[in-house]
Design a protein around this ligand. Structure first.
Ligand code: SAM
Ligand code: SF4
Length: 334
């Protein structure tokens, strides 16, 4: 009988997010600086190592796996990883395998993702205005992402949009984005901008648009009903009664969600972060590479979970981005 993963605060760990690359074909202004130095390729876990690592977590009780990055779909050969990992969906060991993507490669891969057992995906999209899209992603092109969304829906994937709420940037698109999702039958989640990594000349506080304000604006036009749904994550949900739409809010700054946190993150180099908002990490690559057996790896995973902190310390209330993390979101995987 395998002991499940339970942290010191009695939270069972059932959700793993894995970053499979730190690279990306976009340079979103809140996520990366324009000139990023990426890791040498040899530092990355190979696709086989990623499979071994994820499979060890599945054995230890992880039921949900999210693949992220960087942009996961720019990792060479990544479809092989999804295809081999789909055995855990077939066996029933995993409830869900999913992905967070910027959508740029979906036109190419949507059918393959569906074939590998993915059913729901998150696509990040902050604006429907082509010029603004180019501005916020620096390198991205909106029509490519829209074609990706079409391909995903055609393939049968349920799509949720993730939109970072950015003051003075997409405030006036609130209702356009909401209607876009309602028309296409997509859920929508807004995310507060988090202080992750050096982003060059951009100023965090000027980007920050509190979701309490966003919600109040939605309530000017819609009847907003709180929903009890919690996924162990930071999102809280409401329903817009007039459209029946479900809208999520990820508010690490205005609400603390840590008490029900069921997740851990692994980077593309095999570091495990048991809290997005703390610097604490442990290395899983050395135990993974130390032997062909997974005994050391499982011990290292358990040891890391035993150090999972109670919660993050993000705080903008003192008019500076307290709790700032030195690493970028693309490093830990958003
Ligand atoms: N490239 C993929 C994408 O954009 O969906 C996956 C990785 S990306 C780091 C994951 C999510 O993190 C995206 O929805 C992105 O908008 C969000 N993100 C990146 N930096 C952020 C920040 N500083 N604060 C809040 N969300 C951030
Ligand atoms: Fe790339 Fe995603 Fe970061 Fe944008 S948010 S730069 S798409 S990793």
């Amino acid at each position: 009988m395998i002991q499940p993963l339970v942290d010191p605060f009695q939270r069972a760990i059932s959700y793993l997010r894995v970053s499979v690359t730190d690279r990306c074909d976009f340079r979103c202004v809140y996520c990366m600086s324009e000139n990023m130095t990426f890791l040498p390729k040899k530092e990355l876990l190979s696709l086989e190592e990623l499979d071994r690592l994820c499979s060890a977590f599945v054995r230890l009780g992880v039921r949900k796996l999210r693949i992220t990055g960087g942009e996961p779909l720019v990792r060479r050969g990544i479809m092989t990883f999804f295809q081999t990992m789909s055995r855990h969906l077939d066996s029933g060991a995993l409830d869900e395998m999913t992905i967070t993507t910027n959508g740029s490669q979906l036109e190419k891969y949507a059918d393959d993702l569906y074939a590998a057992g993915l059913r729901r995906i998150n696509v990040s999209l902050d604006t429907l205005d082509e010029a603004k899209f180019a501005q916020i992603t620096r390198w991205g092109r909106l029509p490519q992402v829209l074609r990706g969304l079409d391909a995903a829906q055609r393939a049968g994937l349920k799509v949720k949009l993730n939109t970072v709420a950015l003051k003075g940037f997409n405030e006036e698109e609130l209702f356009t984005l909401t209607a876009f999702c309602a028309d296409r039958g997509m859920d929508l989640t807004f995310i507060e901008v988090m202080p992750m990594g050096d982003i060059g000349n951009e100023d965090r506080l000027s980007q920050y648009w509190a979701l309490t304000d966003l919600r109040a604006r939605l309530a000017e036009r819609f009847t907003v009903t709180d929903l009890p749904d919690r996924t162990g994550g930071p999102a809280r949900y409401v329903r817009l009664e007039e459209t029946g739409q479900k809208i999520g809010f990820i508010t690490p700054l205005t609400h603390n969600f840590c008490e029900s946190c069921n997740r851990v993150r692994v980077t593309c180099t095999g570091e495990i972060y048991t809290c997005l908002g703390q610097e604490g990490k442990s290395d899983l690559r050395a135990p993974l590479r130390a032997s062909e057996s997974d005994v050391q790896l499982e011990e290292a995973i358990r040891a890391a979970i035993a150090l999972k902190p109670r919660g993050h310390d993000f705080d903008y209330s003192r008019q500076r981005p307290d709790g700032q993390m030195s690493r970028h979101m693309s490093h830990t995987g958003g």
